[in-house]
Design a protein around this ligand. Structure first.
Ligand SMILES: Nc1ncnc2c1ncn2[C@@H]1O[C@H](COP(=O)(O)OP(=O)(O)O)[C@@H](O)[C@H]1O
Ligand SMILES: Cc1cn([C@H]2C[C@H](O)[C@@H](COP(=O)(O)O)O2)c(=O)[nH]c1=O
Ligand SMILES: [Zn+2]
Length: 194
């Protein structure tokens, strides 16, 4: 279980201590649950928290971030990464869900906000339905201080799953959906070996 780093605010420190945390994995792996857990802990710790999600993610709710377990937290939908810079203000912690749907500039935005001393927590799919890196995720994982890969349970064999298998014919990369369109699979079952 990820425990927030306890960065001592040493008197010698000139720059504020900011950092980036990435939570990644397949669909149904617990990314949103973990994001919500970390953000609720930050609020308990009296931190000023701002939460954003891409307007593209209207699967469950126009504003709230909602997990497959129906756990939720209020967020602000944004059209692009630039809006986050404009809306971040002087908060301490920023949370982003479905970060695979953001434009590539989200990497520079997260980097700039961390350099301002903010704690940046992002959750997103590391791979698309074909098993390819998804959008800005690889570059975000590269620059982050902390990367947590969470796993689902393979619906075929019960092993740890880190692929999102698409059950329907559509071939476009972006296709919002849930269990009607996707299921979690392990490496063997994703490649049809089981
Ligand atoms: N195949 C699966 N493996 C693990 N959890 C699953 C699976 N299918 C549904 N779930 C449920 O999904 C929850 C995770 O939801 P969520 O955090 O929204 O996942 P993600 O954001 O990674 O898609 C789990 O706690 C569990 O209740
Ligand atoms: C694999 C894959 C997924 N999507 C969509 C499907 C869902 O709406 C989200 C992921 O949701 P979750 O919080 O991880 O459950 O992304 C997609 O558009 N393309 C894909 O390849
Ligand atoms: Zn399997």
């Amino acid at each position: 279980m990820f425990l927030e780093p306890n960065l001592f605010k040493s008197t010698e420190r000139k720059a504020p201590a900011g950092w980036i945390e990435v939570v990644c994995g397949s669909m149904f792996s617990g990314k949103t649950e973990e994001l919500i857990r970390r953000l609720k802990r930050a609020k308990i710790a009296q931190m000023r928290v701002e939460i954003f999600k891409p307007v593209a993610d209207t699967r469950y709710h126009d504003e709230d971030i909602v997990s497959h377990n129906q756990n939720s937290i209020r967020s602000t939908p944004v059209h692009n990464s630039g809006e986050i810079l404009l809306l971040a203000g002087d908060c301490d912690v920023i949370g982003l869900d479905e970060v695979q749907f953001f434009d590539e500039n989200i990497v520079e935005v997260c980097d700039a906000l961390a350099n301002q001393g903010k704690r940046i927590i992002v959750a997103g799919l590391d791979m698309d339905f074909k098993g390819n890196p998804f959008g800005p995720m690889p570059r975000l994982m590269a620059i982050a201080e902390f990367v947590t890969k969470v796993h689902a349970v393979c619906v075929n064999c019960g092993a740890a799953a880190h692929y999102s298998y698409r059950k329907v014919e559509q071939q476009q990369t972006v296709l919002l959906g849930e269990t009607e369109s996707y299921e979690a699979r392990c490496r063997s079952c994703f490649h049809g070996e089981n």
